[in-house]
Ligand binder design. Structure first.
Ligand code: BGC
Length: 825
């Protein structure tokens, strides 16, 4: 059987009945422990049951938790196999935008950019690249995709997921999973469920009602199960009082009984909190070690605290997936080599397809004529390519060209392309003689096994704000200023939760910063650097108010001397922490104000993770949202700027006007939560639905994105079918260029339901490429599921019947056509 074949079966129907019964009595269910008797007598089941019968308890337990890899490839997790029975080990690697191991891989654009293309076929090919590379790089399981919805604009992982809309996320995750698993790599949908923020992610208790849970967050997880995903990763947070990794309602009632999931559930890294409660609730594997599912599980079985049937159940789920992927009988396709050129081609295609043009005044873009021949590039990410986000999303890219080089290459020989840094990320050398004594702040080398110490003074000429930046290889040096440790290593804090851009210098050294106000005079400095096993290099640099003013002045001069400006702005997000503001970090807003004042023909290119507040917007000519565009991001950016392709992306998350006007603003219980509890009190009005419900005007609405051409919408018709509503309309390219449109269908409330309903939901969409003047009749099916609401009293979906409004348009706020249609039961 193809590993991607959906495994939904008659069991699913049975499961729904069991779930309703369990919910009605308020009990959990251990029905899954008897799954073998229901699974039928197939060769695959016989194979798996035969293995379970021969495994010792120790061997079974070894399959249920992570361990140290004797032959590590830099991946996140490892589960040893049982060689005597032909069960191979499993290697599990992140991540969302490419395979995260120590070797090179294709760094694809971040999922947020993929999603912006609104193109499930492209998502499948994106998945295939990761699937093939994962196998080639020695992996068996991919710890991706992440499908938690964007709920708060501050979410540190908003770039790793598909956006705020349940339908769009469901389509894309299903397609990506099929792609990953087409290549024989097991996909893991994560983080089940409600890991929608990073703040307090390890402990926060998400309180959510049943209707909201099913209509908003769960839809994409269900689509992943329908697509045949092999594994599910439980979230760190609690859900309605119970840790997600030991939640019977989630792991058994919903996942198994209602959806018929037959793969295995693993924890997020160190997200287990118990042994017996977890395994009976439906958790199958603890990662990355055996704190709860190692010796304590064996002891619980031996002491009678838990029946061995639960261990067998978990082992069965793991082995069933391994068998389905041919890992038990050697029938898995051989590990094909990587194909870096094919990976790069997909990375480029996705980056162009998801490039989202937010603003374009007076056809500032595409760059043409004088504007294309005299260009000032400004900003750190103009010169140092921003490839991928941080944390477990980081990939070692095959290559990464700088946007500046790509723009120079595209502008051609006759053009003049200048560059100014504008905002300094890595610092400048300390002023000559500022450090006393014999120290080379530009590159102190410490041989292996040696310790280097320094005690002296830093002399500051004028009081100023100083950002002291240390660049280092190996162990972080201890740097004290006036007795204070400038770069403390936080115990238990993963160092990689620091973003993908700002923590590494262009030459690969690690970077840490500390900003202080320093008075004029001498400051005591103490440094201890250890050579460790491989020796280390470090250097100290600085950004001060004075150097910043020089950088801005140079950017202004450069901008003024050019006909057009392309200013790159960044925001470096990562898992483990949320953003604290929607403003661009550092002094970038001031830089944009200064540069646009000097030259209003400025395009701002955003290498940001999610929405950004743009008080400077009216002063710009154009804004191009490129997110984290992957290793081919520079070429894609240049292609869009010069009009070699149409910007094909549309927003999958609403951009709020400011920090005070978005779905989680103004209510600390909603976000970030108080006393460890966080309430999803916006209910079903998540994302764009909230803006409609509240009548709040966003900066840019869901679905927004400009083309270089224009489109007309005509002749909207709707008829009911067995599948739902069949919506048809015509889209016409009315401009003189070929272009891309993402035509969207929205549906209004049902008059018959007495349930809370969104003002309007996304019913479907279609990505279209139309030649100049071309018209196309478009058909979109709004499924019965999409037309349904979750009735918490009946624990099920109810169809929203009656006369409903249907719109077609180019964003949730550009609703060009409107009609009504009757939905009957
Ligand atoms: C992240 C997961 C990731 C895991 C392994 C965790 O910190 O939340 O998404 O798969 O680490 O790297």
């Amino acid at each position: 059987m193809s590993p991607t074949l959906s495994r939904r079966s008659a069991l699913r129907l049975l499961g729904s009945a069991v779930a309703v019964a369990a919910a009605a009595t308020g009990t959990g269910t251990a029905a899954g422990a008897h799954a073998a008797t229901r699974r039928g007598d197939t060769p695959a089941n016989r194979r798996v049951e035969g293995l379970i019968a021969r495994l010792t308890l120790d061997e079974k337990i070894s399959l249920l938790h992570g361990a140290t890899d004797p032959d590590p490839l830099g991946q996140a997790g490892y589960v040893p196999g049982v060689p005597r029975l032909g069960i191979p080990p499993l290697r599990l690697a992140d991540g969302p935008a490419g395979v995260r191991v120590t070797r090179h891989a294709t760094a694809l654009p971040a999922p947020v950019l993929l999603a912006a293309a609104f193109d499930p076929d492209l998502a499948r090919r994106y998945g295939q690249v990761i699937g093939r590379e994962g196998r080639a790089l020695g992996q068996d399981v991919l710890l991706s995709p992440m499908v938690n919805l964007v709920r708060t604009p501050y979410g540190g992982r908003n770039f790793e997921t598909f956006g705020e809309d349940p339908l769009a996320a469901a389509d894309l995750v299903a397609a990506e999973i099929r792609g990953i698993q087409d290549e024989g790599l097991v996909a893991t949908v994560k983080h089940f469920a409600l890991n929608n923020q990073e703040k307090d992610r390890m402990s926060v208790d998400v309180r959510i009602d049943e209707q909201t849970l099913h209509e908003v967050e769960l839809r994409a997880f269900e689509a992943a199960v329908d697509a045949g995903v092999g594994a599910v990763m439980g979230a760190y947070n609690k859900v309605n009082g119970t840790f997600a990794c030991e939640s019977g309602p989630l792991l058994t009632d919903v996942l198994r009984e209602r959806w018929g999931f037959e793969g295995w559930v693993m924890t997020d890294w160190s997200a287990a909190h118990s042994t017996v409660a977890s395994i009976t609730a439906g958790l199958d594997m603890e990662m990355p070690d055996g704190t709860y599912f190692g010796a304590p599980l064996k002891k619980a079985v031996r002491d009678g605290g838990v029946s061995e049937r639960y261990v067998d159940r978990a082992v069965r789920r793991v082995l069933t997936v391994m068998d389905r992927f041919g890992l038990l009988d050697g029938s898995a396709p051989s590990r094909r080599e990587r194909d870096p050129a094919a990976g790069a081609a997909v990375a480029l295609e996705v980056a162009k397809a998801g490039a989202t043009l937010l603003r374009n005044e007076d056809r500032a873009l595409p760059l043409a004529g004088a504007a294309a021949r005299s260009i000032a590039v400004v900003g750190p990410t103009g010169a140092f390519p921003f490839v991928s986000g941080g944390g477990s999303a980081h990939v070692v890219p095959d290559r990464a060209e700088s946007p500046l080089d790509a723009i120079r290459a595209r502008a051609g020989r006759g053009a003049h392309v200048s560059y100014a840094l504008g905002e300094d990320l890595y610092g400048k050398p300390l002023p000559d003689g500022a450090l006393s004594g014999a120290v080379d702040p530009e590159g102190q080398e410490v041989p292996a096994g040696r310790t280097w110490t320094y005690e002296g003074t830093l002399t500051v000429a004028d009081a100023d704000e100083w950002t002291l930046v240390v660049h280092y290889s190996g162990e972080r040096p201890l740097v004290r200023l006036d007795g204070e440790d400038l770069y403390p290593v936080r115990a238990g804090y993963a160092e990689y939760f620091q973003g993908g851009l700002v923590t590494a210098a262009p030459d690969g050294l690690s970077v840490r910063r500390r900003t202080l106000r320093l008075g004029a005079g001498a400051h005591k400095v103490e440094i201890t650097a250890k050579g460790g096993a491989r020796g280390q290099v470090f250097r100290l640099r600085r950004v001060t108010g004075a150097t910043r003013a020089q950088d801005v002045a140079e950017a202004v001069r450069t901008a003024r001397a050019a006909r057009s400006v392309v200013l790159f702005a960044y925001e470096d997000a990562t898992e483990g922490q949320d953003r604290t503001t929607l403003a661009l970090p550092g002094h970038q807003a001031e830089l944009i104000e200064a540069v646009t004042a000097a030259n209003p023909r400025t395009t701002v290119v955003l290498n940001t993770s999610s929405s950004t507040a743009m008080p400077w917007l009216p002063r710009t000519a154009a804004v191009l949202q490129m997110y984290y565009p992957g290793q081919e991001g520079a070429a894609a950016t240049a292609a869009v700027l010069f009009g070699d392709c149409d910007p094909g992306g549309r927003l999958t998350q609403t951009f709020p006007a400011d920090d005070a006007h978005h779905p989680v603003a103004g209510d600390p219980l909603r976000y970030p939560g108080g006393d460890g509890v966080e309430e999803y009190s916006e209910g079903v009005h998540a994302g764009h639905r909230w803006y409609d419900a509240q009548g709040v005007r966003p900066l840019f609405p869901f679905g927004h994105g400009l083309s270089y051409t224009s489109f007309a919408y005509e002749d909207l018709r709707v008829r009911e079918s067995r599948r739902g509503l069949e919506v048809t309309f015509t889209v016409r390219n009315t401009g003189r260029r070929d272009g891309v449109e993402v035509a969207q269908v929205y549906v209004g409330r049902s008059p018959d339901l007495r349930l809370d309903q969104a003002v309007r939901i996304l019913g479907g969409y279609r990505r279209l490429t139309l030649r100049a003047g071309e018209r196309r009749r478009v058909g979109v099916t709004v499924t019965r599921r999409t037309l349904s609401s979750w009735d918490a009293k009946r624990h099920g979906w109810v169809l929203g019947t009656g006369r409903r409004t249907v719109w077609a348009g180019s964003s949730s706020r550009a609703l060009r056509l409107r009609t009504t249609a009757e939905v009957t039961s």
